[in-house]
Design a protein around this ligand. Structure first.
Ligand code: FAD
Ligand code: 2HG
Ligand code: ZN
Length: 479
């Protein structure tokens, strides 16, 4: 029997013809790619778990080109897969069948930056790390940071409402994205590219596109409120004996570091084992069951250092943490961060990976890992837990030698039912994409699911935008 996450039948979209290719080439000369070798990397996701068979990749440079492409595809009933950096983890970023791939890779210009307000306006295809470098030269930073920064695009970040490592401090993109421009399925350009902090004139339409995973429109530009670059940054890597102590450390840390706390992340000893085995990274402290990465970001090095050392003294004296190391210098900061950021990469070397991205009340997040380990016993190769403690977001990852349907049947729906019992979310930050689309109702009321179907139908009546993604299969209705 087909698993609920596998692809449904191909819907009756048109197939790309020679005439279509000629039309694409006429508006995107040299930027209409049909060479199968060049298309390979756009057809396969980062995890190499979903493979489409698209025969054409379009690389527009302007909003007007995106608009022309969508108007044409809509009239021809051709399905379109919007693609940014293709780092998504739920199979949303690649075609499932032969959808036209619309990449934002060449839409990578900064449009404006206001030095006073810190508001950046840029095209959707700017790579997150490039934006960070651009801003750092101007004494600002991006409000988000994540392990995929070298490849992911800001448009992809907004389309997935990516969380990442700084959300604890700067909040979600739902707050820091001030405006966006999107092209609707029929080619209409929706200009909501406001740069105002406050604007209560009617419904906040941009929110519909934040986290819509390419199913409601193609985001072509965004404006983002950026924080000032902190003058002083410290990173601490700590070890704890129990998860309870880790939580107490989080409480202590929030109380004692207050406004300078910018990240509180964790990984367990199984993650550390994978970092050592597969990436040859060495543990910077002694072996412990749990590790914490804390970052402080502030405006006064002495003040921050005093606060941090008081906190560390207290945490050590009360035996909440058993070992630790502090970094103030950039290269050591990077080295400590990589222990957390590279767990996802280490997992890809461990075998076939089942990924779960769960939001829970923070006290519950590790219990799911313990229960899953007990539930699966010897059948899984590794069951690891890491994530964004400060946001109550657990990354539960399970590996096995090869894709194993029996193991999957033991994991799902167990993991979703467990999450629902705790009133958690089955997708905290990665979205639903292809893989999780049929599990939306574990975290959303039936009326909410139905309304999402209505919105999709209103904005994209032919369903050409990223079909088979985000919405559960039963909501599919075509004009
Ligand atoms: P893609 O992967 O290309 O696309 C993702 C989705 O957005 C797809 O559904 C696609 O159709 C749609 N899309 C892309 N661009 C547009 C656009 N312009 N308009 C409309 N739809 C569009 N995620 C987190 O939330 N937090 C993390 O900490 C995090 N860490 C990661 C670390 C690693 C090593 C990796 C590989 C991934 C990580 N991710 C994380 C997941 C991923 O990076 C994010 O989801 C990212 O925001 C995706 O951006 P992208 O440009 O690669 O988008
Ligand atoms: C992270 O926080 C990312 O490192 C990836 O969101 C999580 O791979 C994962 O499960
Ligand atoms: Zn994450």
């Amino acid at each position: 029997e087909k698993s609920k996450s596998s692809a449904p039948e191909r819907r009756p979209f048109s197939r790309v013809t020679q005439e279509d290719l000629a039309w694409f080439q006429s508006i995107l000369p040299g930027r209409t790619v049909t060479d199968p070798d060049l298309l390979e990397s756009n057809n396969v996701d980062w995890l190499k778990s979903v493979r489409g068979s698209s025969e054409v990749l379009l690389r527009p440079q302007t909003t007007s080109e995106v608009s022309q492409i969508l108007r044409y595809c809509n009239s021809r009933n051709l399905a379109v897969n919007p693609q940014g950096g293709n780092t998504g983890l739920v199979g949303g970023s690649v075609p499932v069948y032969d959808e036209v791939i619309l990449s934002t890779a060449l839409m990578n210009n900064v449009l404006s930056f206001d030095h006073v307000s810190g508001i950046l306006t840029c095209q959707a295809g700017c790579v997150l790390e490039s934006l960070s470098l651009y801003l750092e030269q101007r004494d600002y930073i991006m409000p988000l940071d994540l392990g995929a920064k070298g490849s992911c695009h800001i448009g992809g970040n907004v389309a997935t409402n990516a969380g990442g490592l700084r959300l604890l401090r700067y909040g979600s993109l739902r707050g820091t994205v001030l405006g966006l421009e999107a092209v609707l399925a029929d080619g209409r350009v929706l200009d909501c590219l406001s740069t105002l902090r406050k604007d209560n004139t009617g419904y906040d339409l941009k929110q519909l596109f934040i986290g819509s995973e390419g199913t409601l429109g193609v985001i072509t530009a965004v404006s983002v409120l950026c924080p000032r670059k902190p003058k002083s940054v410290n990173v601490v890597f700590l070890g704890c004996e129990t998860f309870e102590q880790l939580l107490q450390t989080f409480q202590l840390c929030r109380g004692m570091l207050g406004e300078i706390l910018s990240a509180f992340e964790f990984l367990d000893s199984e993650c550390m084992r994978l970092l050592k085995t597969h990436l040859r990274l060495s543990n910077p402290i002694s072996d412990c069951p749990f590790y914490i990465v804390i970052e402080t970001a502030g405006s006064d090095a002495n003040h921050d250092s005093d606060k941090l050392h008081h906190f560390l003294d207290e945490a050590m004296n009360t035996s909440l943490v058993s070992d630790g190391t502090v970094a103030t210098e950039e290269s050591k900061i990077q080295a400590l961060w990589s222990m957390r950021e590279r767990v996802t990469e280490a997992l890809t070397h461990d075998g076939f990976t089942y990924k779960y991205d769960i939001s829970l009340p923070v006290e519950q997040i590790y219990q799911l890992v313990l229960d899953m380990r007990q539930h699966l016993g010897e059948r899984a190769r590794s069951v690891v837990g890491y994530g964004h403690v400060g946001d109550g977001n657990l990354h539960l990852n399970i590996t096995s030698g090869a894709r194993d349907p029996a193991l999957l049947a033991s994991i799902e729906p167990f993991v979703f039912e467990w999450t629902t019992r705790q009133k958690g979310s089955i997708s905290a930050e990665h979205g639903l994409g292809l893989k999780k689309r049929n599990y939306m109702s574990y975290s959303k009321a039936p009326q909410a699911v139905a309304l999402m179907g209505d919105l999709k139908h209103m904005l994209d009546p032919k369903g050409i935008l990223n079909p088979y993604k985000t919405l559960p299969d039963h909501l599919t209705r075509l004009d």
